[in-house]
Design a protein. Sequence first.
Length: 160
Amino acid sequence: MNLELGDLEELYQDVILDHSRRPRNFGELSDAAVRVHGDNPACGDEIHLAVKFDGNRGLEEIKFTGHGCAISQASASLMTTKLKGKSRDEVEEMLGAFHDLVTSENNDAPKKLGDLRAMRGVRKFPQRVKCAMLPWRAVEQALRQTEGEATVSTEEPEFA
Ligand code: ZN
């Protein structure tokens, strides 16, 4: 695949740089119901996601800490701003839409993804797709738990 300068510019859009430098919802969540530790050994990204559910199992609170490349941190930050306060159905819909956004060649960024559409540039960089998906894999894992701790890694066989 031939990469052009424009591809890199698309990858590191202002909104991504802004979120990686000043991540939103970054910090501890003392009364979290579920904590998920995600890691992407290929890049060295780590994320600790903490969530709290509302009465209908929606995402009442979501926060993260961690470190890694600009893409992984920006993806986590953008994700938390988008998913906080959302119902379970909305979260699952967003998960699918985001996965399509960063993996599908001919997907035209649905409007509902908002600022997350800035992440579409990663589709040209397979290693960066893992970085972008890491926080989303963590939230997917969090939805499967009702309480406790879990881990998720990009090197697991189920990770595609
Ligand atoms: Zn990374």
